[in-house]
Design a binder for this molecule. Structure first.
Ligand code: SF4
Ligand code: FES
Length: 375
């Protein structure tokens, strides 16, 4: 009599090394209304935000997992009254703490509370170097002056200063002035970051995308400044995918290095993943951070096993990890395809077609506002 043996159990994959960073999107509330915000179009309402005790538990779990850095962001993280307490808990757990802020509400009191809590770093964003344009793009009159004052407070607190300028077709010609301003403030670091087209940025793409000539000019300015300021100031430069030949390594690969938590507690491999259908992203109200890291949603596009051609046999597959899953979905409707920013993708021509929009007159901005879509 023949015996029937059950098929062997599939091998259990070894646990993935712990995440390097936690991106804590504390709130979608923000005094600014930037039309390129990477937050989703459906912003989380205040009532859905995680309470302090859940954030504190998540921070403790991150410390226990060996997470090295936490980035408090939003929206505007300073809109949360418990921000200093969260920073304190993370610092106490040995995690490097960073806040990404518009700076308009960073007054003396907020700065002192963050300093006392042990904040390591503050990244201050600007919409433009021209004050009038800065305020128009952010939809907040007087924002530039408040940001300028916030830069002085950060300096006064003895913290390193990182400025972030977001580049798009309306300000791409002023990169040299932005760098001169950063030099004047003796910033340690400046980010010249072209808009990334997700969320509100994707919605406003026709109003924001620079021409290839604008991109090349800004690249030349950055390269010359890097040469001149070597050893004095670090310049990070992020380019738009639409004029690229190869994609960026988005988030260092899907669920390879970061966990992003939305204001309502959804755990995501990146800020835009909520736009992807067919996922059941875990919520930190229900599960631990360690469970998030090994969840099906995080494992789905981790590594190289999911890759189709041309990525599967490409020698860059462990450098860019096939590009951005959210961009593949936004442009192709399938997150499991090669990022069309790659010129080896059979659909790369769609990026070139979209880039052609940059030569047409810019439509009006659709400003980011909580709960409403307005021009
Ligand atoms: Fe990257 Fe895939 Fe393009 Fe190769 S084919 S460069 S792995 S996106
Ligand atoms: Fe989601 Fe790139 S933004 S994978």
């Amino acid at each position: 009599m023949s015996k029937i043996f059950p098929p062997p159990a599939p091998p259990v994959p070894p646990p993935h090394p712990p995440p390097m960073g936690l991106i804590a999107e504390l709130t979608h509330r923000c005094p600014l209304q930037c039309p390129y915000c990477s937050n989703p179009l459906a912003l989380d309402p205040v009532a859905s935000e995680l309470p302090s005790e859940v954030w504190l538990r998540v921070i403790d779990e991150a410390a226990a997992m060996g997470v090295l850095q936490i980035h408090f962001t939003g929206g505007e993280p300073l809109a949360r009254r418990d921000l200093a307490g969260l920073v304190y808990r993370a610092a106490k757990g040995g995690i490097y703490t960073n806040i990404i802020t518009s700076g308009v509400t960073l007054d003396d009191r907020a700065m002192a509370a963050l300093k006392d809590a042990g904040i390591d770093h503050i990244q201050l964003s600007f919409q433009d170097i021209d004050p009038t344009e800065n305020d128009r793009i952010g939809g907040y009159k007087g924002a530039f002056a408040k940001k300028r004052a916030a830069a002085d407070r950060i300096r006064g607190a003895g913290l390193p200063l990182t400025l972030n300028f977001v580049i798009q077709r309306h300000n791409a010609g002023r990169v040299a002035e932005m760098l001169a301003f950063a030099e004047l403030l003796q910033a340690e670091r400046v980010e010249i970051a072209h808009v990334q087209y997700y969320g509100w940025g994707l919605k406003n793409r026709a109003a924001l995308l620079p021409t290839r000539a604008q991109l090349e000019d800004s690249t030349n300015v950055v390269e010359a400044a890097r040469e001149r300021l070597r050893g004095k100031m670090v310049i990070d430069y992020v380019v738009p995918d639409y004029h690229a030949a190869r994609p960026k390594s988005c988030m260092g690969g899907w669920a390879q290095r970061f966990i992003n938590i939305s204001p309502a507690g959804k755990a995501l491999p990146c800020h835009a993943a909520e736009s992807l259908p067919g996922f059941d992203f875990p919520n930190v109200r229900d599960v631990s951070l360690a469970q998030v890291w090994e969840s099906e949603a995080f494992r789905r596009y981790r590594g190289t096993g999911w890759m189709p051609e041309p990525c599967r046999s490409c020698d860059r597959r462990e450098l860019d990890w096939g590009g951005c899953r959210c961009q593949a979905f936004a442009i192709l409707g399938d997150a499991g395809l090669t990022d069309p920013a790659c010129e080896l993708s059979p659909q790369h021509y769609l990026m070139a077609e979209a880039a052609a929009e940059s030569a047409a007159p810019a439509p009006a901005f659709v400003y980011r506002r909580l709960g409403v879509l307005v021009s």
